[in-house]
Write a protein that binds this ligand. Sequence first.
Ligand code: SF4
Ligand code: SF4
Length: 356
Amino acid sequence: MAQAKFIKKESLAAWLEELGKQHEVLAPRFEGDSIIFRPYDADKGFFIEREATAPPKKAIFPQSEILMKYSHIKDLENPEKIALDVRENIPDSSWVVFGGRPCDARGFTMFDRVYITDKNVDVYYKARRENTFFITLACEKGESTCFCNWVGSGPSDPTGSDILMVPVENGYYLEAVSDRGEALLTSPLLEDGSAKQAASEKFRADADKTMGEAKDISKSPEKLLEVFDNMDFWEEQSAKCISCGACTYLCPTCYCFNVTDEGDGISGARIRSWDNCMSSMFTMEASGHNPRPTKAHRLKNRVGHKFSYYPDLHDGVISCCGCGRCIKSCPVGVDIRELVLNAIACKPSEEEAAND
Ligand code: SF4
Ligand code: SF4
């Protein structure tokens, strides 16, 4: 069995201080009405009683990052000769993400299949991923918007975490999920956890029981392809969407980006920033043509990507961890669960049936 420890609730802050001596620690705390992951600050504390408003995605995939800096260097002996100096900006820090939820940690595994493959490696992503440790807090109960159990997960799923923290009386049972997680469990603040194992298992089993019925969405990949050309369906589903993009920016599994060069002509930086497939500009081509000209096309892509195209490419894995943030944050109440279930239930039109 993996190593297990126990930490008293009142020792958590001291543990974060200790971890902060070797790593940059990100922990959630209130900012206004939102719970956001920020560099841990003992004076501001942390808040882990509820899922954070925004996931800790920026730890491995910052909202905006400099990929490289460049400058043109003129040869004064030969003014026509200009050399280009390029300096890559590979991150070299190490981070601990404390207090994310199992859906957040599992969400990072969706990135891994895209950014670290046999054929392509995103060196910026890899550097962060390999130097980021996830200390994840198991959930006590599912919220009304949670559906991690629909996508093969659950409130204490350890996938993607290095340490799973399970609340038990007066503190937390800490289970090492990975070898590197085990290596983090060396603090003198931690006690042997074996006496708390039974309480941890009970907590996890009780949490599983709080999840609502898991709907069968195993047919979503083919069903979403079946409704691909049914724009009446997508117009109806997207009617209330206002294209604000909140659902994508707060999604732990959305990984699209844009790259821009920003400089003064002589020197500058290449910057990668999050992009948003719900924006009308996302697929706008230089000619002015846009292959996804309406919000119906764009919502179709968002849902289709997560529940059909990604699983088709990645052994059936659905690229949604069921965190429910897009449901909570949508100002007009678009619910991705309903979209998927509606697509599964959608019958082909008479014309489509006749063409089959
Ligand atoms: S699509 Fe929605 S429920 Fe799924 S991971 Fe993204 S924010 Fe969470
Ligand atoms: S959050 Fe809601 S309104 Fe905004 S883009 Fe997403 S689905 Fe549309």
